[in-house]
Design a protein around this ligand. Sequence first.
Ligand SMILES: [Fe+2]
Length: 218
Amino acid sequence: MPWDEIVARDFPAMSKDLDGISRQTMEDHYKLYQGYVKKTNACRKILNEFDYAEIEGNQVYSELRAVSIDYTFALLGFKNHDLYFGHLGGDGGEPQGRFAELVDQEFNGVDKWKDAVRKGAKAARGWVMVGYDLNDGSLFNYIMDTQNLWAVYNMVPVLAIDVYEHAYVRDFGATPDGRGEYVEAFFRNLDWDHVNRQLEQAEAAKKGADAVGPEPKG
Ligand SMILES: [Fe+2]
């Protein structure tokens, strides 16, 4: 399989003082991200080197099964944190631009989306991902218990809140209230331009797919 090694990126947020989220938290968190990069590459190497004619495929346990599944955990650990760190370091404030326009339509008001995403952040065990659906152009707050569970195909993440405890325990404590305070701090540091760039790319991808896809039925 033609897989290149992935590399950890440098993010502007890592060299800034964020509001409420400490440098130590960010540095420790970045080490986890580097770990996901390392394991993604390790899994790719194993998957590349398997002799698929000989290897066992067993649904109870097999090396192929274990590595293939844990590969998605490692790869999405990389991808999710890539977005998370990428859109921190901004000035926060109210949702802006196209994102605000779309959630206003989808949720019958920007404030309703804000309530929904905050409740989603309380209900998730790992991530809340606001994703744009390439099939119907909708936005949805995906509640994800781990980085590789409960998202759907053809969804492009545009906003990602890490609600694993490692993201906030040092600064806010391990309580539900601490998590709530962390989510507020996350939004104070969010770069809405980054969110809107993600969304712009997703909408362009949908437009491209629609242009070459089959005519809608009906
Ligand atoms: Fe994380």
